[in-house]
Design a protein around this ligand. Structure first.
Ligand SMILES: Nc1ncnc2c1ncn2[C@@H]1O[C@H](COP(=O)(O)OP(=O)(O)O)[C@@H](O)[C@H]1O
Ligand SMILES: CC(C)(COP(=O)(O)O)[C@@H](O)C(=O)NCCC(=O)O
Length: 305
């Protein structure tokens, strides 16, 4: 994969950027990463994520120095502001897996730095509000998010506010969970993951990406992503089987074929449409593109010139 304005590395060229001996993780830490998603390949961790974390480390050092110099020049007392990494890409491309892996690696590697993670799913309007606005079949599209709240949150984080509550979304419940929050408390690094993070909100004067110090787009061919979407749907069905409170319970009771026909329709009419119309057009806004192929293997890494 080549793209104007980016340096392209195939996997071999990329993995050669850092020394194989450099992986500073113990067997236990590697086991923790496996526990995150037992299908994650440790080859990917070594070959792709080690050079990626090294590059991020350089960007972070540069960010810290600039902040110190800027505040020094402006004669403003030093205030902590986090380094924010945005991660975007299609529904089911593997954003949250990438984001959680990056969080584990950064936390292990830079144990003196606090790395936290949020997903923008929590800023979706709750289902009741989506229904009121006739947007249930537009979940994930730009108008289904409370972008004002998301930008407000990012402003609060960047200006160093403490104990900021972030609403939580559950895939199992298929809704924002009332009265449950994650708390973001002055991290050194914040990872913000979501399909919409590189989009230009229609009614706002600032973009989510204006807050990012580094952005990553996770990319793959649409047919492959559909396959991963359906695999994840299968896992969601299996876990919903005995739990009537789970959104997927109703589909778990159907004949498997019927449930998968429903999932294919959701993919085609909602998530694929969203990918083509609103997510893919943001790909070349990212500082870095991680391209995946069969089996989630990263085959190309692009870094903006
Ligand atoms: N590196 C990977 N190796 C194996 N499976 C993966 C990997 N990344 C994602 N997956 C699987 O692909 C599906 C979609 O990943 P997920 O992280 O939930 O995507 P997203 O957050 O983009 O919707 C899940 O079933 C997940 O387990
Ligand atoms: C909540 C989401 C918009 C976010 O996607 P994610 O990247 O977390 O998978 C998506 O999972 C979703 O629910 N889309 C609506 C259509 C569907 O049921 O897939």
């Amino acid at each position: 994969m080549q793209a104007q304005g980016y340096f392209t590395f195939d996997r071999t060229a990329w993995q050669n950027l850092s020394n194989r001996a450099e992986l500073p993780l113990t067997q236990q830490q590697l086991a923790d990463i496996k526990a995150l998603n037992d299908r994650i390949s440790l080859e990917d961790v070594q070959d792709v994520y080690v050079p990626l974390v090294r590059l991020l480390q350089k960007k972070y050092a540069d960010f810290e120095k600039w902040n110190r110099d800027k505040l020094d020049f402006l004669q403003i007392p030093v205030k902590k502001t986090p380094f924010i990494v945005g991660i975007s890409g299609s529904v089911a491309v593997g954003k949250s897996t990438t984001a959680r892996l990056l969080q584990v690696l950064l936390s292990n590697w830079f144990s003196d730095l606090k790395t936290q993670l949020i997903t923008t799913d929590g800023f979706l309007y709750p289902n009741a509000e989506l229904k009121r606005r006739h947007l249930m079949s537009r979940k994930g599209f730009p108008e289904s998010y409370n972008m004002k709240e998301l930008i407000h949150f990012l402003n609060a984080v960047k200006t160093g506010q403490k104990q900021i509550k972030v609403p939580k979304y559950s895939h199992q419940v298929y809704d924002v969970i009332k009265d449950e929050y994650d708390v973001i408390d002055q991290p050194d690094i914040l990872i913000v993951e979501g399909i919409n993070v590189l989009q230009l909100p229609a009614n706002e004067t600032i973009y989510v990406s204006d807050f990012f110090d580094w952005s990553i787009y996770v990319d793959a061919e649409a047919d492959l992503i559909e396959k991963w979407f359906l695999e994840r749907f299968g896992v969601l069905l299996d876990t919903a089987f005995h739990d009537p409170s789970n959104y997927y319970y109703q589909y778990a009771q159907m004949p498997r074929e019927e449930a998968f026909a429903y999932a294919k329709k959701i993919w085609r009419d909602i998530d694929l449409k969203n990918l083509k119309e609103y997510i893919l057009p943001t790909r070349f806004r990212a500082d870095m593109i991680l391209h995946k192929t069969e089996g989630h293997v990263m085959d190309n890494i692009l870094v903006r010139v």
